[in-house]
Design a protein around this ligand. Structure first.
Ligand SMILES: *Cc1c(COP(=O)(O)O)cnc(C)c1O
Length: 384
């Protein structure tokens, strides 16, 4: 049978595109507070380590219910420094999920350690504690990733870690505000590293990151690493880096942190609305919340057959859908020499061809979500 000519679905006349993320909404909501804060920093020329930096650090420690928080230049440094500060170093093997952003693996390598990839569970695409158990005996640490806005199964991961004496450092870049069994990031091991990249749930107006921990010594070492190995000016007992949180970014983060719970609630409402709008579309596999989790929906990731075609049709209809992440870590050129092969992590590899991130952000409207759902329904049913 001949296929009908493939046509782009008609979008409602004059309907503007729906972006994957609209950061302008957040920017406008905090505009006055940021203008005041920037004026304060400029007046004091407090560009490096100004009072807003320590104020944000205290506020973020309190928000995550941790004893210490250190502001840093970005999330990848946060993970590297957290690993180093927790005692991970040259030659150590560190387990991490195969399904993550490449930065998780970069941080392990930059700490001098060897990434040991572990497959994820098929339902939530989070680090699989059973798969972790198979490599744990040879590892020094585990770096679980709280992907898409929900935490990895930390109770079971901690059990495996305790059995094998593993150091636990969390990658909490996508999970500001999330909890597992009521415990927020940084409460499950030595420390959590997080990213305040603009698109994250708590995002700056540029690069920024941080570490939270209950361990005073870990916090002290992270601070040393971020500030040229120095606590006292011109004394450098260890070799460090330059990765301090910028004061202007601290102003932005303070304004956004005060609104984070409300914005995460908007994300949850948007996730519920997608679940309703797509309930009658069995071709679309919806994301679910894992046991014990409070989800903050950094991304709304569905799974579909013929994903690349569906994505192209959505994009053609003005829907800014995306893929997080199209290439598993062990298939990237950067990790070509790592010894892993196609087929080593079947759940991750299959998911990479099916996942599709739908637009979701604080301020998304019901009308925008209806347009996304209508376009998606049409795309998965075309030529099926
Ligand atoms: C964003 C992200 C990072 C890296 O953060 P940067 O601030 O971009 O360096 C690390 N891990 C995960 C899972 C991320 O999403």
């Amino acid at each position: 049978m001949t296929q009908p000519t493939r046509t782009v679905p008609p979008s409602p006349i004059g309907a503007p595109p729906v972006p994957l993320v609209d950061l302008g909404i957040q920017r406008d909501r905090i505009a006055d507070e940021v203008a005041e804060g920037f004026a304060r920093v400029l007046a004091a020329t407090a560009f490096i380590q100004g009072p807003d930096v320590s104020a944000f650090e205290e506020e973020f420690a309190s928000y995550t219910r941790r004893a210490f928080s250190v502001g840093l230049g970005n999330g990848t440094d946060a993970l590297e420094f957290a690993l180093r500060a927790a005692g991970v170093g040259t030659g150590d093997r560190v387990a991490l999920p195969a399904n993550t952003f490449v930065a998780t693996a970069e941080a392990v390598l930059r700490a001098g350690a060897e990434p040991v990839l572990v497959d994820v569970d098929d339902e939530h695409l989070l680090l699989d504690p059973d798969a972790l158990g198979e490599v744990a005996a040879t590892c020094r640490a585990v770096l679980p990733v709280h992907l898409f806005g929900q935490m990895a199964p930390m109770d079971r991961i901690r059990d495996v870690a305790e059995r094998h004496g593993l150091i636990v450092v969390e990658d909490a870049a996508q999970a500001q505000g999330a909890t597992h069994r009521g415990v927020p990031i940084g409460g499950w091991g030595a420390a959590a590293g997080t990213s305040f990249y603009p698109g994250k749930n708590l995002g700056a107006f540029g690069d920024a990151g941080g570490v939270v921990t209950d361990d005073a010594e870990v916090a002290r070492r992270v601070r040393l690493l971020a500030n040229h190995g120095s606590e006292v000016k011109y004394q450098h007992p260890v070799l460090g880096f330059n990765s301090r949180l910028d004061t202007l970014q601290a102003v932005v983060l303070r304004a956004k942190l005060a609104r984070l719970d409300a914005w995460n609630e908007e994300r949850r409402a948007a996730a519920r609305r997608y679940a309703e709008l797509l309930a009658d579309v069995p071709e679309v596999r919806l994301p679910s919340v894992a046991d014990g989790n409070e989800h903050v929906w950094h991304l709304y990731v569905v799974r579909v057959a013929r994903r690349d075609t569906v994505l192209a049709e959505l994009n053609a209809a003005g829907i800014g859908a995306g893929i997080h992440y199209p290439v598993p870590v062990h298939h990237t050129g950067a990790f070509a020499g790592s010894g892993y092969e196609r087929g080593d992590f079947p759940v991750t590899e299959r998911a990479a061809g099916e996942i599709l991130s739908l637009p979701l952000f604080p301020g998304i409207t019901a009308g925008q979500q209806e347009r996304v759902a209508d376009a998606l329904r049409a795309a998965v049913r075309r030529d099926a």
